[in-house]
Design a binder for this molecule. Structure first.
Ligand SMILES: [Zn+2]
Length: 225
């Protein structure tokens, strides 16, 4: 469909962005990836992203975003906040507007690389926490980036309206379900593939996988596939 054009995928090495990488490889002639290093709890995340990019033969840039730690409301500067994992495993050091910053830096990189397409795995369905993951924000940012750089960016969000089961289905449609199941890292405890099974990210990922596999099984039995 856009076989002659180039895209940059915002890539963490997790299930969602890896699914986006394969989606992009199907859509575009050339694909690059960018990963943001902001002092992730597990350096394995960066390693995982690097490995996948190498295996899939796509250019991979790691941008240093450690400055985010200077903005994080942490116990060093704010005595009323403890450093701990909050609900959903989101650390209390979360920085507002992080996705805004990531996508803006990705856009600068994309323009330099001659790519007008940006692909991000943000999703409004599973998610209530981050305002800068919502569809309305992405559409607004798209206009802003085009005006800021006088360049016709198109932001693609293939997962925006999917739940976790749908995301597994997309991976299966792209013939990479097993690859994504084994080679990506979503777990907050840094366990690759199916993960530790205990943390909120693992529970969400596993529930979605089971839901999808059951749906596939039922469809096979019913002869609708
Ligand atoms: Zn886990």
């Amino acid at each position: 469909m856009l076989k002659h054009e180039k895209a940059v995928v915002v890539f963490s090495g997790g299930q969602d962005s890896t699914t986006c990488l394969f989606w992009a490889k199907q859509q575009f002639a050339e694909v690059e990836t960018v990963t943001f290093n902001y002092g992730q709890r597990h350096n394995l995340e960066i390693q995982c992203a690097q490995n996948i990019a190498r295996e899939q033969n796509v250019k991979h840039t790691v941008l240093d975003m450690s400055l985010l730690n200077q903005l994080a409301p942490n116990a060093l500067t704010r005595s009323d906040i403890a450093i701990e994992e909050g609900e959903n495993g989101i650390p209390t050091t979360f920085v507002d507007g992080r996705n805004l910053l990531f996508l803006s830096f990705a856009a600068v990189l994309a323009k330099q690389a001659g790519a007008k397409h940006l692909v991000t795995g943000v999703c409004e369905t599973d998610f209530s926490g981050y305002p800068d993951c919502r569809d309305s924000f992405i559409k607004s940012l798209n206009v802003t980036l085009n005006l800021a750089m006088d360049y016709p960016f198109v932001i693609h969000t293939p997962l925006m309206w999917l739940d976790k089961a749908d995301t597994w289905e997309l991976a299966d449609d792209l013939h990479v379900l097993d690859y994504i199941r084994t080679r990506t890292l979503t777990c907050y405890n840094g366990v690759m593939g199916d993960g530790c099974g205990e943390c909120p990210a693992c529970k969400l990922r596993r529930a979605g996988l089971h839901q999808y596999l059951e749906r596939r099984e039922t469809a096979l039995k019913g002869g609708t596939l």
